[in-house]
Design a protein around this ligand. Structure first.
Ligand code: PEP
Ligand code: MN
Length: 357
């Protein structure tokens, strides 16, 4: 990596801290405990919270920046970062000497907002971390990073926090889609990419496995939400860990890197297989629900469940797609014969039941 600001020798860069600053006591307490671990490079703490829906805790704003400034003076080795969404946020962060800012997933997908933030950050000697946008549009993520880079901000990094997909069957809050981060790495070589397993997983139970996968893929660091008492957190309580939890996660990450990696890699790959199978089963369920609707429509037109022309055309299309991605056509044919047979059985069941009543 070319930039030393977000770089550490021989270990990942660690950003840790609460989702939101909730009080001076909470911030002081978490900063002291994180500093004591000697494993944290930067404290994260949100002071303006972008809430998906109205009514929740929206952050404490400028007073929290004053507390951060006081803690910075108290712990010279520690750096602090906050989320910014508007130029006024940037100005306030600069005024209070904040070391780095991040652009959140709800903002990085908006080129106007990113453009305004870039202007406010022009030439600043601070760090800027750009989270991936909510949607898995790599160009939008890359574009946001480029807009920041164009203004000669001193230090830039990306944060991969996963992508929201509606009911995709994935157990995580945001789907990792690791391939997007890998592609970003390819397009912007030298750019540090950090993983935010907290917003990716949405629950602390997933942090360990997500960090292990990110590590296998060569990620440069992590942004992890840590709260003195996660169960009382005003935002994102399920996904925050306490300081002991963070220390355990970092130890397990270290063990993962040195472990006999065959078993670890198998686990990672099996997790990916499990997630894909989950989606396959969900998709089959949705497909059969549609088949039942089709059966009802066919009945109103006195059609048979089995429509050879449609089946031949469907199979032809699926085999073409399969071939284009190198899937064995014999396998795909067998798979579709089984799916189609079940679809016809389901439709005939609907038609038979309707006939009986
Ligand atoms: C956050 O980091 O607290 C946050 C709001 O994250 P994201 O933009 O990834 O949702
Ligand atoms: Mn959060």
């Amino acid at each position: 990596m070319s930039d030393s600001f977000f770089h550490t020798d021989n270990r990942p860069f660690i950003i840790a801290g609460p989702c939101s600053v909730e009080s001076r006591e909470q911030l002081t307490q978490i900063t002291a405990s994180l500093q004591a671990t000697q494993q944290v490079d930067m404290i994260r703490c949100g002071v303006w919270k972008p809430r998906t829906r109205p009514g929740g805790f929206e952050g404490l704003g400028e007073p929290a920046l004053e507390w951060i400034a006081a803690l910075r003076a108290q712990y010279p080795g520690l750096r602090f970062c906050c989320e910014v969404a508007r130029p006024e946020h940037v100005e306030l962060c600069l005024r209070h000497g904040i070391d780095a800012v991040w652009i959140g997933a709800r903002t990085s997908g908006n080129p106007f907002s990113v453009g305004e933030l870039a202007q406010a950050l022009r030439g600043c000697d601070i760090g800027v971390l750009v989270k991936n946008p909510i949607a898995a549009d790599i160009n939008l993520w890359q574009g946001a990073i480029e807009r920041i880079m164009q203004t000669d901000v001193a230090h830039v990094a990306a944060i991969h926090r996963g992508f929201y997909l509606y009911h995709d069957g994935c157990p995580y809050r945001n789907k990792p889609l690791w391939e997007v981060a890998i592609e970003l790495q390819r397009r912007l070589p030298g750019l540090p990419i950090f993983c935010d397993p907290s917003h990716m997983g949405g629950h602390r139970r997933y942090l360990q496995e997500l960090m292990a996968t990110a590590s296998d893929l060569g990620c440069n660091g992590y942004m992890i939400e840590v709260h003195p008492h996660p169960e009382t957190a005003l935002t994102d309580g399920d996904q925050q860990v306490d300081v002991a939890g963070l220390v355990a996660l970092l130890a397990s990450l270290e063990a993962h890197k040195h472990a006999d990696t065959v078993e670890m890699q198998l686990n990672t790959l099996r997790q990916q297989i499990d997630a894909i199978d989950e989606r396959l089963i969900q998709a089959m369920g949705e497909r059969m629900t549609i088949s039942r609707k089709i059966a009802r429509l066919k009945m109103t037109d006195h059609m048979e469940a089995y429509q050879p022309q449609r089946w031949n055309e469907l199979l032809r299309q699926r085999l073409t797609t399969a071939q284009s991605i190198g899937l064995d056509p014999h396998f795909v044919r067998k798979l579709y014969e089984a799916i189609h047979e079940e679809s016809i059985r389901t439709q005939e069941e609907v038609m038979g039941n309707a006939g009986v009543h």
